[in-house]
Design a protein around this ligand. Sequence first.
Ligand SMILES: NC(=O)c1ccc[n+]([C@@H]2O[C@H](COP(=O)([O-])OP(=O)(O)OC[C@H]3O[C@@H](n4cnc5c(N)ncnc54)[C@H](OP(=O)(O)O)[C@@H]3O)[C@@H](O)[C@H]2O)c1
Length: 273
Amino acid sequence: MGCLPGAGWLNSRPATVPGRAGDHGMIDDGMEMDLKNTIAIVTGGTRGIGFSIARTVAREGARVFICGRDMGRLEAALEELRTSAGDSVDGITADVGRYEDCRKLIERAVERFGGLDILVNNAGIGFFKPVDRISPAEWDELVATNLSGVFYCCREAIPHMRRRGGGYIFNISSLAGINAFPGGAAYNASKFGLNGFSEAMMQDVRYDGIRVSYLMPGSVATDFAAAPGAKPAEAWKLTGDDIAQAVVDLYRLPPRALASRIELRPSQPPRKK
Ligand SMILES: NC(=O)c1ccc[n+]([C@@H]2O[C@H](COP(=O)([O-])OP(=O)(O)OC[C@H]3O[C@@H](n4cnc5c(N)ncnc54)[C@H](OP(=O)(O)O)[C@@H]3O)[C@@H](O)[C@H]2O)c1
């Protein structure tokens, strides 16, 4: 399996810096982390928040591998990303709700770029209705996408990150992961679950040099849970680029520092009447 000696993760850490498996020394360098030459996977990178994250980390010098279920959207996203990032962006169709697809996604990214430093678990779906109107099939699909898919991807990614001496996993949760609301039972359950999963995993992998953060955005201006273009543009909402900037800022913190959870909300939502 590839292990690029030039990876940004290793580049930005002096060889003497501890923090590897079984090493309980303090990480004492204040060095800022650099995305240049890192290798990143962004699930659901074909539009919305994931596309913004893929574009931003590619601009920062990362090689980026994306996925989505729809081939047309994947091709369109790759074409757009390649106008500025060229060959350093690639991707495949994959449904993160299926373990075998996640296994292939990680494998193909590692084959294509030679390793893995960053995993952004962003793919997610939502529907909003009371419990007695949710079909079991809808429930299964939502939980498979928003929660099981994150587990599948992390399970496959962690050994590759360990091999490179560390990495970073970002899980895109939601403020719906701490605030329940009527009609949100399935979505709330998936995001509350994702938060617990992220906190436990962070403790599983921290001494391998793998940092884990989960981000909880409020309303972001995307087509989430709607037909493309069906939602009106609302200037008060966050943008995908705001979330992407948070990902880059978190990554840049010195290796000894971990902002393990972030709430990012519109600063001026409409006043409640
Ligand atoms: N928009 C918001 O207000 C908001 C707020 C907080 C949190 N979030 C979270 O942010 C994440 C991204 O949301 P978004 O607003 O960017 O949504 P979006 O515009 O609907 O984009 C979702 C992306 O995920 C992909 N996707 C969906 N299901 C997938 C699956 N099973 N396997 C692989 N890819 C899949 C989609 O591509 P395909 O359809 O082609 O598969 C698309 O690329 C989600 O986890 C969501 O819960 C969104």
